[in-house]
Write a protein that binds this ligand. Structure first.
Ligand code: HEC
Length: 112
């Protein structure tokens, strides 16, 4: 029963932008398997796939999603994950991408 609400939310979000009809939303969902529900509520943006695969290796994404932190505190959290919790060290590029994602999409100001 998790699928239906995700579809409705997605249809609402797409419809809210006013650039797709509801029929087009559903065909887009059918054509593309990697849709919103696969990300368990992570908002779209560069870095989402990295966060999705990396962070749930050890805990639920809810642990991540329930937080609304500033970029600075996300930075501290990532260092804490690496130094104390056994998260693998990341390339500087990956680190920056993940931090940019968390600091913008899951910031206190984020609207999602
Ligand atoms: C190698 C395992 C591992 C990985 C990978 C990992 N974490 Fe964690 N994380 C933990 C553990 C263990 C805890 C619980 C620590 C505690 O509460 O003592 C935790 C807790 C957290 C918390 C909760 C902090 C709090 O205040 O309760 C956040 C937020 C978090 N992780 C974010 C992330 C993010 C974001 C990623 C991906 C970039 C990530 N974690 C990847 C092991 C991991």
């Amino acid at each position: 029963m998790r699928f239906l609400p995700a579809v409705l939310v997605t249809a609402f979000l797409l419809g809210g932008r006013g650039n797709l009809s509801p029929a087009a939303d559903l065909s887009a969902l059918a054509a593309e398997p990697g849709t919103e529900e696969d990300y368990q509520g992570l908002p779209p943006g560069p870095g989402r796939e990295e966060v999705f695969s990396l962070c749930q290796a050890c805990h639920s994404l809810k642990t991540v999603l329930q937080q609304r932190l500033s970029r600075e505190v996300w930075d501290e959290t990532l260092v804490w994950m690496i130094e104390e919790q056994g998260m693998p060290e990341l390339d500087p590029e990956d680190y920056a991408r993940i931090l940019d994602y968390l600091g913008s999409r899951l910031s206190p100001e984020a609207s999602n």
